[in-house]
Design a protein around this ligand. Structure first.
Ligand code: KG4
Ligand code: ZN
Length: 335
């Protein structure tokens, strides 16, 4: 049976709902939270409160605009984690309430697996096995994808995510949160060879971005001693140089993963997959190393419920349902 599913995403600062019918995503409604901008990062307490305010409207909009009635739904899907506990709780509780009220099953979805499965929302779709570099504000992972529901993390960051490195560097330069897209924007106008940053040496297929964050902090401090207006005067060149360095770190491990596994179908996912330098460099590597590359539509790179719906579709087909006492899997060491 091909199901009709309502999916909810609330892991961080986007409240999103999507309806999927017979494997086809019908919509992707997103309410973004702007309340965090002035704080330079997501404030968990404010995020969960905003989810509470948005979720009913977002779900109603997803149902209305798809023309699907609650009576036609076969399951309710939600993001179980990873994410912020208070944010996840809103989505999990809302999904449970709907599933109980309608008497239909509940499907939990792993947020990182959903980022990978965003590649199956529209064409062209990768064939198995493929490699996926999943890069977001909270994660940096290299995933070997064997099947819709079978994937192995073969490399990941040992400390900060690359999106966090972008956002923290942006904050150091005085940009509002999230600064990643602004660095991308200014970098287009700058010289990427203007400044050099130290290379980190992390074994295997793992990454580390905490060192470059600290190096960038000291770089700005030292340059400002010479010229207090350094950031204002050289903004575009700083952004271009830093961005090239960060993307170089990602591409080096992606190439190593392709060499080691022999897999040449390469995908990128997550918010940082929207970065123009990453997209450009990926296409250059594709040409040079005969890779077939896959980049999701922009709306499916950043957090969205369509990817949760896609993952839930495949879970439904394999009867993978969740009990009603399921709890969120937050970014806690006690999980
Ligand atoms: O996947 P996502 O929406 O949320 C998480 O799961 O974290 O990713 C958000 C991250 C933020 O760090 C944001 O700065 C970054 O993606 N980002 C970008 C760009 N667009 C979004 N980073 C660099 N260049 C971009 N164009
Ligand atoms: Zn995400």
């Amino acid at each position: 049976m091909q199901p009709v599913i309502l999916a909810i995403e609330s892991s961080c600062d986007e409240t999103s709902a999507s309806v999927i019918q017979h494997g086809k995503v019908l919509n992707n409604v997103i309410a973004s939270q702007t309340v965090h901008q002035k704080y330079g990062g997501v404030v968990p307490e404010l995020a969960s409160r905003a989810h509470q305010q948005h979720i009913l409207h977002v779900v109603n909009e997803a149902l209305t605009s798809s023309g699907i009635s609650t009576a036609s739904l076969n399951a309710i899907a939600f993001t179980r984690g990873p994410g912020l506990l208070g944010s996840l709780l809103v989505g999990v509780s809302f999904a449970k309430g709907m599933a109980m009220g309608l008497g239909i099953p509940l499907i939990e979805v792993n947020h990182m697996e959903a980022h990978v499965l965003a590649h199956f929302i529209s064409d062209p779709k990768p064939a198995f096995p493929f490699l996926c570099l999943t890069v977001s504000g909270g994660h940096t992972q290299l995933v070997q994808v064997e099947d819709y529901l079978h994937m192995n993390v073969i490399g990941e960051t040992r400390d900060d995510a690359v999106g966090e490195a972008f956002d923290k560097a942006a904050k150091m330069m005085g940009f509002p949160y999230p600064g990643g897209p602004l660095i991308d924007q200014y970098a287009r106008l700058g010289n990427s060879s203007a400044f050099q940053f130290p290379q980190t040496s992390i074994p295997d297929l793992d990454f580390s971005f905490s060192g470059i964050k600290t190096a960038f902090l000291y770089f700005l401090r030292d340059q400002k001693l010479i010229n207090p207006n350094f950031v204002e005067n050289r903004r575009n060149d700083i952004c271009a140089s830093l961005q090239k360095h960060l993307i170089g770190m990602l591409m080096q491990k992606l190439k190593k993963a392709s060499d080691e596994t022999g897999i040449k179908q390469i995908a990128i996912a997550g918010g940082v997959a929207a970065n123009s330098e990453l997209r450009k460099t990926l296409l250059e590597y594709a040409k040079k190393y005969s890779w077939k590359t896959f980049i999701p539509d922009f709306q499916y790179c950043t957090d969205n419920a369509a990817m949760i719906a896609m993952a839930a579709h495949y879970k439904f087909l394999e009867n993978k349902f969740s009990p009603l006492d399921v709890a969120p899997l937050a970014n806690l060491s006690i999980d």
